[in-house]
Design a protein around this ligand. Structure first.
Ligand SMILES: Nc1ncnc2c1ncn2[C@@H]1O[C@H](COP(=O)(O)OP(=O)(O)OP(=O)(O)O)[C@@H](O)[C@H]1O
Length: 151
């Protein structure tokens, strides 16, 4: 799939412009984006796969500390875009992230790692539809569960 979902976390919103520039330079186009304050209940639904993890509550609370930037990203002629984008993000812990990656550049530590990216095509479809309507992205989920461009 040549689409993915990304979210700039509140702790990195002061670096939005540099992050957007790096995303574009990295070969990704921004199909849609919006800034929003998330509620705790939204975040808990979004991260529900981590509900059993010991750090679930504080991790969710950190995403409500200020506005986030939600993005639908697109890669022209791309394939495996969620994984390609995660390469640009770098390791979950900024300390382990390769030089030049977004988490190395803008993350502080595991708790404040700047930016999220979907980890698979399935997650990207779920996360894109969690935050964006088809009207906002120009995408619809077709009968074959593939995302198709509306216009
Ligand atoms: N051992 C841990 N202790 C505290 N927080 C953690 C730990 N592991 C992960 N996290 C936090 O939980 C988030 C989700 O963890 P996950 O394992 O899904 O990593 P990720 O997919 O790289 O991160 P994200 O979902 O934010 O893109 C991480 O971004 C990080 O902030």
């Amino acid at each position: 799939m040549n689409l993915t979902f990304s979210l700039i976390k509140p702790s990195a919103m002061n670096h939005c412009e540099e992050i957007l520039m790096a995303i574009k330079t990295g070969g990704f186009s921004i199909l849609a984006m919006k800034s929003q304050n998330l509620t705790l209940s939204q975040v808990k639904k979004f991260y529900k796969e981590h509900a059993e993890r010991s750090f679930f509550e504080p991790m969710c609370e950190r995403l409500t500390l200020g506005p986030v930037l939600l993005m639908a990203l697109y890669e022209q002629n791309g394939k495996d875009t969620p994984l390609q984008f995660r390469a640009l993000l770098g390791a979950t812990n900024p300390k382990d992230a390769a030089p030049g990656t977004l988490r190395k550049r803008f993350g502080i530590d595991l708790d404040f790692n700047a930016i999220h990216g979907s980890d698979s095509d399935i997650s990207a479809i779920r996360e894109l539809s969690f935050f964006f309507s088809g009207m906002e992205t120009g995408l619809i989920l077709s009968n074959s569960h593939e995302l198709e461009l509306l216009y």
